[in-house]
Design a protein around this ligand. Structure first.
Ligand code: BTN
Length: 301
């Protein structure tokens, strides 16, 4: 597609990070400056300590290094591009300039049972932020894929450090394909992925999106321990799988059933003829094509 010009009135205040990425002129609104972001950000902890990198292997690597050096709860690493971005299940994650690539460092001291809900809360915050800032309608595919028009537009990756059952630290990462054309993704991803630019035909300022996402996430994190039911309800409103026939691969075995939402621990509820209703904490979901129903066979990563 032809990349449109960035709307003048939407260009961010401030300057790109020092020696910033050489964005093509049409994409200059994608540059994020730490100073400009901090000037706008209305949070107590999330993003108050902030590093914006022009390029890194992965924000997860940069965040882990910072964590080991004593980063405070809520510290955030944002990269303009990643050279070795990674996704769930050991997959690689293409991360060209124009995407939102970030990791939040948490020291939550929650029971490990809360990690499923942390993933849901993070995906919900990202969905809400993307929708509010770009107008693109975002659905969620369990466990935490952001979907736009039936295609994957973003994802969440959570890595934890446990002290027994206590989550001593969590690296909560979000990736959203925003201001770049589909052609910048590897060929094998193009059939099932999209970008906000591709779907809306417009560029959207990344600094505002990052700010909104961090603010929304701070609110959502409270709900992980205080109000799981609220997360369950919000998930229901965006659930891309609910009522659909799916296959879930769990530990090498295939389970087939109808997706029936998520429980208060963030597990996928599956209504199966064999086991009745069952709750799954992990797994890889594939939508089953049904007679008379539209939509491609889609793999959830
Ligand atoms: C998924 O597989 O759906 C999760 C994708 C997570 C991508 C983000 S981008 C920021 C952070 N750095 C990475 O290398 N991965 C995550």
């Amino acid at each position: 597609m032809t990349v449109p010009a960035f709307p003048r009135e939407k260009q961010p205040a401030g300057t790109p990070s020092q020696g910033g990425v050489a964005y093509p002129p049409h994409n200059e609104g994608s540059a994020i400056s730490a100073a400009a972001l901090l000037a706008e950000l209305q949070t107590h902890e999330i993003g108050r300590a902030l590093r914006v990198l022009e390029q890194t292997t992965s924000t997860v690597d940069a965040a882990r290094e910072w964590l080991n050096q004593g980063a405070p709860n809520g510290a955030v690493v944002i990269a303009q591009r990643q050279t070795q971005g990674r996704g769930r299940l050991g997959r690689s994650w293409a991360s060209p300039a124009g995407g939102l690539w970030l990791t939040v460092i948490l020291r939550p001291h929650w029971d490990v049972g809360a990690v499923g809900l942390l993933g849901l809360a993070t995906a919900l915050a990202a969905a809400e932020a993307v929708e509010k800032e770009t107008g693109a309608r975002i659905q969620l595919r369990w466990p935490n894929d952001l979907m736009l028009g039936g295609r994957k537009v973003g994802g969440v990756l959570i890595e934890t450090e446990l002290d027994g059952r206590i989550v001593a630290a969590a690296l909560v990462s979000i990736g959203v394909n925003v201001n770049f054309a589909l052609g910048e993704l590897p060929e094998e991803a193009r059939g099932s992925a999209t970008t906000v630019l591709e779907a809306t035909g417009k560029l959207h300022p990344l600094p505002q999106l990052a700010t909104r996402l961090l603010e929304t996430l701070e609110g959502g994190l409270g709900a992980v321990t205080d109000d799981p039911q609220a997360l369950q309800t919000l998930w229901r409103a965006r659930d891309a799988l609910r009522g659909k026939q799916v296959c879930v691969e769990v530990a090498g075995k295939m389970l087939r059933g109808r997706a029936a939402g998520v429980d208060r621990q963030g597990r996928l509820l599956l209504a199966t003829s064999l086991l009745g209703r069952t709750a799954l904490a992990t797994g890889e979901v594939t939508l089953v094509r049904e007679e008379g129903r539209e939509g491609p066979q889609v793999r959830a990563e």
